[in-house]
Design a protein around this ligand. Structure first.
Ligand code: NAP
Length: 388
């Protein structure tokens, strides 16, 4: 299905509202749904709706003009109201967040449905995106949580391996938006001990795993990294390496066309700013997705990279994300002063002191004291840290 070119050009930056029937799963399918997307995502949304048997009733431009889609059935005569922005909403209610649905003594057994490398040619190490089927169980989760994986086999003492926690990289709907998968972003841990190369037990198990394999999964756990329900919140994300996992889920929830179609109650229109630290360009993770969000939502998404072994900071050292934070300190501070702004940090524990130093310098420049401000942000549930 093609969208009439009368709706705009490829440089069109208007938002479009699509009203659809018979789309989605379960009770959602019976209800009429209203979705708002930028012009660049309109085509793919309409394709998705067509593939899933949905019936498009109206496509209306952000300026209020109402146009039936080229090959859609007759449009309803009344213009469809664009959803009105809701007022600020509190962070997700912690009581509603699922935890420990499966415990280590009785884990869920999920089959691997996919396992592929996220790295480009010339990257350092191994980082894979691995998806598990959750069908037939009770395991569900929200963005920002983690699951436990119990690798097969036994440890040096002959006991079953203990579980390892991994941040979930998919949204609650899963990568195919069918509500029955969970995905992880896993780097194979490798280090040297007494001159010998040691491979991490669980990360190697996961990176090597074949589709169809049955894996013991526990959880979900974690309430530190939950996204606020407020569609107008500002979300600053600081990630190193595989610490991108929860951010990838947030960004899909915010900007992926199918995700937006699944979540009429969450049509993100705040500002999302991702700071991503990796050693080399081929180590960038989910780069194509992030570039597509930049194209589709230039006013809502900013993306700043620190490529440590290719770029230098102001003192000639490796470029880390705290150096980027310092470069943008004024803008970041202006955002933090807005009570709708949340900061999320995930990845290497080593970045924490550097981020604190950068924030201290930025606060000082404004006559503020970061040592006082940080605990207050934490108390307001606006400063979220999960680092290993
Ligand atoms: P990686 O690919 O090695 O990339 C990490 C990047 O951070 C590199 O550019 C690295 O630079 C840089 N870096 C090193 N030291 C730093 C410092 N002190 N401050 C700021 N940046 C620094 O990353 P990775 O191997 O995926 O590691 C990610 C880490 O995050 C792992 O330790 C993992 O356990 C953890 N993690 C935590 C969670 C969680 O808590 N939920 C989730 C996922 C991952 P150079 O190497 O060039 O110096």
């Amino acid at each position: 299905m093609r969208v009439s070119t009368g709706l705009g050009s490829s440089s069109d930056n208007r938002m479009f509202t699509v009203v659809v029937e018979s789309f989605g799963a379960g009770p959602q399918r019976r209800a009429e749904r209203v979705m708002t997307v930028p012009f660049q995502q309109l085509q793919s949304l309409m394709q998705t709706i067509a593939q899933k048997g949905g019936r498009i009733k109206v496509v209306s431009a952000g300026d209020g003009e109402s146009t039936p889609p080229a090959s859609a059935p007759a449009a309803v005569s009344a213009p469809t109201p664009t959803p009105t922005p809701s007022g600020p909403k509190a962070a997700v209610s912690h009581a509603d967040v699922p935890v420990n649905l499966y415990k280590p003594k009785d884990p869920f057994i999920g089959a691997v449905t996919g396992n592929y490398s996220l790295l480009a040619e010339g990257a350092i190490g191994r980082v894979n995106h691995i998806t598990f089927d959750l069908s037939g169980g009770r395991l569900h989760y929200v963005e920002g949580q983690s699951i436990g994986i119990i690798p097969d086999g036994v440890d040096a003492a002959g006991k079953p391996h203990k579980l390892r926690l991994y941040s979930i990289a998919s949204t609650r709907h899963g990568d195919d938006t069918n509500d029955n998968t969970v995905s992880l972003c896993v780097r194979q841990l490798q280090y040297e001990k007494d001159g010998e190369l040691i491979n991490g037990v669980c990360s190697t198990f996961l990176c090597d795993i074949e589709p169809g394999a049955q894996v013991k999964i526990t959880g979900p756990v974690g309430k530190e990294m939950l996204l606020p329900a407020d569609e107008e919140a500002n979300i600053i994300m600081l990630a190193t390496g595989t610490g991108i996992a929860p951010m990838r889920a947030y960004l899909r929830r915010m900007f992926d066309a199918e995700e937006r179609a699944k979540n009429p109650e969450y049509q993100f229109r705040g500002k999302a700013w991702l700071f991503m630290g990796v050693p080399t360009t081929p180590n960038l993770l989910y780069e194509e997705d992030f570039q597509s969000y930049l194209n589709a939502y230039p006013d809502n998404f900013s993306y700043t990279k620190a490529i440590s072994r290719e770029q230098n900071n102001a003192s000639g050292g490796r470029m880390y994300i705290q150096d980027r934070v310092l470069e943008h300190a004024d803008e970041i501070f202006a955002l933090i002063e807005d009570p709708k702004t949340h900061v999320y940090m995930c990845g290497l524990k080593g970045m924490e002191p550097g981020i604190d130093e950068a924030m201290t310098a930025a606060a000082n420049a404004k006559g503020l004291n970061w040592a006082e401000l940080r605990p207050s942000l934490k108390k307001q549930e606006r400063w979220h840290v999960e680092t290993y």
